[in-house]
Write a protein that binds this ligand. Sequence first.
Ligand code: T3D
Length: 264
Amino acid sequence: MSDPLVLIDHSDSVCTLTLNRPAALNSFSAAMHAELLSALNAAAADPSVRVVVITGAGRGFCAGQDLMDASMLGAQAGELDVGAVIERHYRPLALRVRSMPVPVIAAVNGVAAGAGANFALCCDIVIASRSASFVQAFSKIGLVPDCGGSWLLPRLVGRARALGLALTGEKLPAQEAERMGLIWKCVEDAEFAGAVQALAQRLAAMPTQALVQTRHTLDAAAAMDFDDAITLEADTQRELGRSADFIEGVSAFFAKRPPRFSGR
Ligand code: T3D
């Protein structure tokens, strides 16, 4: 039997998915897409999962589309419907990640290129090792940023930097990515595994619904005027105000004890 293309580890309410095609820098084959989507769906349906971590096996995180995969057949003859590849694989993946019922951490252990970089940016928090890097590789093969990159990049770093990164396809070191606000944090290689674990456990112990609604309100408010954003905040707080975790948070505050959030 061949090795799984996505390794799944579930412990302490943290589900870690490891992209597992290290010889090709974990680039996306059609088969890896299918395994990843299925693993994400399973994590989303499992109430014991409170956080998902996505990382890569070996020295890379993900080099984007596997340019040698069978699904790329016809590319060199100009006979590949690249739009269909996006619709079949990248749209479902990006939408799945951004609608997960738990926070999703991209633990970028090495180079993240093309759709691999933008897939990481789709996640809620990106933590990268010092030796990792981000490459908008699309322009080098005559494409535009995909996997949500056209939407995410300018929102994260502004139009000037987004265009600079996308047009040049330059490799951006993780430390620089942190400095310009593309990612949340860059940590030294030796501290990376521990930092990812600590972050995952911290988020797993927090009020899950509030974290997911935080993602939702930030994204939704970006397309609203100020007044409507406050209406959304009020509606969301009304809903969360009835949650078990809000009741626990307030009770723990008054009792001067640490809260025990259940994720409900
Ligand atoms: O249908 C569609 O295309 C639509 C979807 C598009 C989404 C996209 O993601 S388009 C962009 C696709 N990705 C790329 O163009 C990135 C190509 N790779 C690179 O530019 C470089 O490999 C990296 C900058 C990522 C890393 O460079 P480096 O020097 O650290 O490693 P390397 O030596 O180039 O690669 C190591 C191995 O991984 C090598 O295999 P080998 O020679 O040791 O057998 C290389 O061929 C393989 N590899 C790297 N990227 C890919 C790949 N194999 C298949 N597909 C890849 N994307």
